[in-house]
Design a protein around this ligand. Sequence first.
Ligand code: SF4
Length: 328
Amino acid sequence: MRLKVGIPRALLYYYYYPMWKGFFTALGAEVIVSSRTTKDILDKGVKQAVDEACLPVKLFFGHVLDLKDRVDCLFIPRIVSVERKAYICPKFLGLPDMVRHNIPHLPPVIDVTVNMCRKEKNLYKAFGEAGKIFTGNPFSIRKAFKYGLEEQERFERLNRVGFLPHESIEKMNKGLVAQNCSPHQHGEMTLALIGHGYNIFDSYISMNLIGKLRDMGVRVVTADNLSGSIIEDRSNELPKRLFWSLGKRMIGSAFHFMRSDGIDGIIHVASFGCGPDSFTGEIIERHMRRRGSAPLLNLTIDEHTGEAGIVTRLEAFIDMIRWRRAAQ
Ligand code: SF4
């Protein structure tokens, strides 16, 4: 019987799911993803998580609860760093421990450590360890790892042609590749959405921000549509190198979009309770004010955010861009 591996549809799911899925399926496992976020999933997560946790971490707990009784094991890696000389938010480091200590009766947790800060090769070390749960054959593990990386590359290629990560995952599930499909690229104006993937692509938590913008005639672009080198180059414009991968991604993409001709405005989405978001938001705002470029809207979301308030702010922002264009 195939072992069922549960992957919560939250946090780094929106960045690395294709690689994880590719790796586990190549080893003969069945990958089960938690359901799409609902009020029930969020409420359960908020109740189970520690009060001090940020909204995306609370939501992660809800997704673990949704999965735990229908899988043989859960994949919750301990992620320290995803690239050389940079770290990820410390919440990811403690995630498997937080989940274990707050949710009783969990199936076994695959909590391998991913730390690429010193050596990128350490990624294989983590997957090699996870692979041993499924097979004793190092050749099969290496092959599965390679397949996972290829799937991740396919995913990133789809993102770069203009799909958003949740759309790319859907396309890949249907077996499509970048060459034979085209993204949603029309709209009366283009706005860049800057925020963590786990906030902006979860339609419940973001109150369907992307859907609402598209209904208002907006084409949405995000950091995922840019290559890693653009993000790296732009973020290097700061006097000091940023050593936080997710913050660098947001700042690098914001700096790129704020000087791109086709971009009419930028929306920065932050989570309530997120320390890194408060400083990235501040840096982006200061730079945009100094350069006097595209207008910026700052949105902060939490479990109590009202949909009506978000819609009003979006409508006002879009109207302001239209007036600005008319005046020009
Ligand atoms: S970066 Fe912010 S939102 Fe993301 S896990 Fe860390 S504290 Fe939470």
